[in-house]
Design a protein around this ligand. Structure first.
Ligand code: FPP
Length: 246
């Protein structure tokens, strides 16, 4: 792969995996059937990212708002996460994947939280792909928790309030130690961000597809990456300025 090719591979992809419920409905099956099929799509996309050389994949598995879904669906999703952790961690670890859960982990019951922590510690030394799973996560929650940390640092006298700028606050946001988000993908036909990674999305390229999440496969990932590769990223500069630097 030439360096020109690798510049066209996004280093960091984030995905809103939408459409599991509709996929199941089309098959006259319960929504949980769709979530199970969604889990297989997660596997496919992780393999695709490893193959394409994507360094970071961040998946929206459960939003702060998803707690409001019917209790049996929430329960089934929690069970699915436990089963996925028990079944998939060995293989992910074998493939050099580092797993990280991001979100308000304090909202989960003990057993699940311990499994999450164990998976994170076990894979902490891996570097082939950073797989971040956002659970009980909301972009506004992320900004609030960063602001709270900044306020605490001021209260301890470590920084002055006037010193808080984008760079300093950004340092407390989730995923701050990883490459910035390049490509945001949402499946399932809706064109909205739904409170995912609000801060981190500032300069990301957005790709929306009608494909329902369980149908998202290697080809879908490739076409999203090709779509990204065609974009000109200007970061607020003019096209001429960007061309001069290339
Ligand atoms: C949105 O589809 C999907 C979710 C709320 C759950 C996402 C979970 C998975 C893909 C399961 C596996 C994940 C991991 C990390 C093991 P929806 O239910 O809102 O679909 P709809 O819009 O068609 O109703």
């Amino acid at each position: 792969m030439t360096s020109a090719d690798s510049a066209r591979i996004p280093r960091h992809i984030a995905i809103v995996m939408d459409g599991n419920g509709r996929w199941a409905k089309l098959r006259h099956r319960p929504r949980t059937f769709g979530h199970n099929a969604g889990r297989k799509a997660v596997r496919t996309v992780v393999e695709g990212c490893l193959r394409e050389g994507v360094k970071v994949l961040t998946l929206f598995a459960f939003s702060s708002e998803n707690w409001q879904r019917p209790q049996d669906e929430v329960g089934a999703l929690m069970e699915l996460f436990v089963r996925a952790l028990d079944k998939e961690v060995d293989e992910l670890h074998g493939n050099g994947v580092r797993i990280r859960f991001v979100g308000d982990l304090g909202t989960f019951e003990n057993g699940l939280r311990q499994r999450m922590t164990a998976a994170m510690s076990r894979t902490a030394g891996n570097d082939a792909l950073h797989l971040n799973i956002a659970v009980s996560y909301g972009g506004r929650w992320d900004i609030v928790q960063a602001a709270r940390k900044a306020a605490e640092a001021v209260a301890r006298g470590e920084i002055r309030a006037e010193e808080i700028d984008e760079q300093l606050l950004g340092h407390w946001m989730c995923l701050a130690d990883l490459p910035p988000l390049d490509l945001f993908i949402r499946t399932g036909g809706e064109c909205r961000v739904s409170n995912f990674l609000l801060w981190q999305l500032a300069y990301a390229e957005l790709h929306f597809t009608d494909t329902l999440w369980p149908d998202f496969n290697q080809d879908s990932l490739k076409s999203a990456i090709e779509d990204y590769a065609r974009r000109e990223r200007r970061f607020g500069k003019t096209g001429e300025q960007v061309a001069r630097k290339a």
